[in-house]
Design a protein around this ligand. Sequence first.
Ligand code: FES
Ligand code: FES
Length: 157
Amino acid sequence: MSTITFTLNGSQVTIDAPPMTRLLDLLREHLHLTGTKEGCGEGECGSCSVLLNGELVNSCLVPSLQVQGATVTTIEGLGEQSHLHPIQQCFLENGGAQCGICTPGMILATHHLLEKHPAPTLDEIREGLSGNLCRCTGYMRIFEAVQQTAKLAEAGK
Ligand code: FES
Ligand code: FES
């Protein structure tokens, strides 16, 4: 067992876990934050995406020991059911989510993209979300949700 202390969604967390526990399992099983989803479990689909020190990572590939002292943001850190984050609201309004397995990862990838490119081109959106697979939507509605989020932010809404 290792004692791991890190900042999770703005609050400090200390937890005992085997050091090679995947961050995905630490979040879902030890900390009961089930918003982060497991798809492939091997770094191919992006459904387990979280932000680690502001960078988008696949939590299924990150050993928990690596988050010692780090800052982690999961989908639970973005918005709440009663007060959705603008990205979540735009996904909702544009039909950017169907089964929902890819959605938390897509939203965190969108957040990461818009930090770097506040007014992304379609190519930049495709590139920014290229690590996140969706087998339901055909992607266009997701891209439209990202474009709407960027437009609202530009308009100061
Ligand atoms: S579950 Fe982690 S990349 Fe697919
Ligand atoms: S909404 Fe089902 S995988 Fe994207």
